[in-house]
Design a protein. Sequence first.
Lengths: 271, 323
Amino acid sequence: MGLSGIIIILVFSVVGLLGPWFAPYQPMERQYDETGGLKRLNPPSSEHWLGTTLYGRDILSQVIVGTRSAFLVGLLTATFVAIIGLNVGLISGYYGGWVDNLLMRLTDIVGSVPILPFAIVALSVLTRNIWWIIGVMSILYWTTTARVIRSQVLSLRERPFVDAARLSGTNDLRLLYKHIAPNVLPQAFVHGAFAVSWAITTEASIAFLGFGDPYSISWGTIIYDVFTSMVMYRAWWWFLPPGICIMLVVMSFYFVGRAYEEVADPRLRGL
Amino acid sequence: MRRYLVNRLGLAALTVLFLASVMFILFRMLPGDPTMTVLSPALDREVQEELRRKFGLDRPLIEQYVIYMKSTLLGDFGVSFQHRVSAVTVIAERLWNTLALMVPSLVLAYLIGVLVGAYIAWKRGTKLEEVVTVGAMAFRSGPIFWVAMLFVFAFSVKVPLFPSGHMRTPGYVAEGILATFFSLDFLLHLTLPMTCMAIYYGCYPLLIMRTSMLEVLGEDFIDLAKAKGLSELKVVFKHAMRASLLPIATSVSLLGAYSVAGSVLVEMVFSWPGLGRLMVTAVLDSDYPVAQGAFLLIGVLVILGNLLADLLYGALDPRVRYR
């Protein structure tokens, strides 16, 4: 399961990295046929493997270019989420007391904010660009990671190696980051993998509602174009590919996360 | 249990205040005249002046904040720019539409998820189990709006079984609650979005139930039940399932928040006149009073949902009660 996930991710990464060089056409370029007419809504053909959009643009190229955006958004958001969640969890779990209380209350409150509505409102106030989208998503999604890391730290704190390190004179900060952190990293990685899945889906949702970055092409913006053009149900070749791509990539990151979880948490083995 | 409840209520209240404050900050950050969020430029001068005084827009920011919080807590969000009636009126009618869609969908989702999950855990190792499990994982990986579009495509366009959108056929006039929510027309329109949401969100409890059941089925008391000669059905559905329900209860609050986002998307795809769609269109039309009100209401719904889920969990898990 994890293996198939990795394979799919690798395939998509290659497409994402090298794709734009191999894409047959410019994604935003209108295609004209021999008679000079605009190639609107062409079904898949040998020249355009996935057909064309209502505005005469090649869909395959758009999907290829969208891969890059998906990976960028997914991986960056996951990184931020992991960093924030890891640190909050570490500090909260290790220090306990009022720090823990405060951070946990903060986690509860931030976790209660409904992400999609908030993203919509926030993005219309700020600018709709890809960096803000990543930022808004990261600011709201770290809560589960933080909670899980915290409970792990709570149990790790009681282990003998911590006492040993303390006895040898290690100060708290060093102890936290050099000794405890490496032990919780696997969990952070697992949640990072899930975060990539979530981020790609959420970015697509934001784009679908019309709040995506107008200057970048992502699978979500392709589906937005389909939906707003109102011809979606005639042109199945337009809305199927981006959705399938999202599904495959999200699924593979989920599999990778699950597979790693099995490795990281021995209790889950055998299921 | 009392302490737990009070704790949860307090946190819920705090979160609502936090949401309202965030809204205030966000809207004051809008470029241009901050009065834009409250006054529509289309109103007469006198009305503008009066509203300006009422909301204290010429006073310092702190006073504005206090006035804003007071009016929000009282449910007064101002006058909708687009609809020319109070924002609350517009929002209130949509609320019922959303609930009429979401509640049956979620109930159905849990029913499907729990029952199917339990069944396939029982059938562990068979082809059926593999297919359903991977299928469920794949299904929930696709973005819900895309899955919804697939549903419309399959069941409304290619095979014209169901209407492809809206809550009722144009021209249909509904008299009162009964006609609005229990008529055949409504049910016909409800089927597709509800089924779509139910299957999509059902995958989550399905997978949880399966994992949980697999653990429970390995335990001793199941062997005892089998040894006693109880029928397979009884063992699975009466004994094993009850023991596996706790993780499901925990997942309810997670699913609640998740499905609120989903309902916004589903409402857009199906043009369902609900709260989510109202919020999106309000933001796109710069109808700030409605956008603010809708957002807060959605937030409150999520918080209430979480609260209920926490209460449910507290009732189910004795460890919480006696802490």
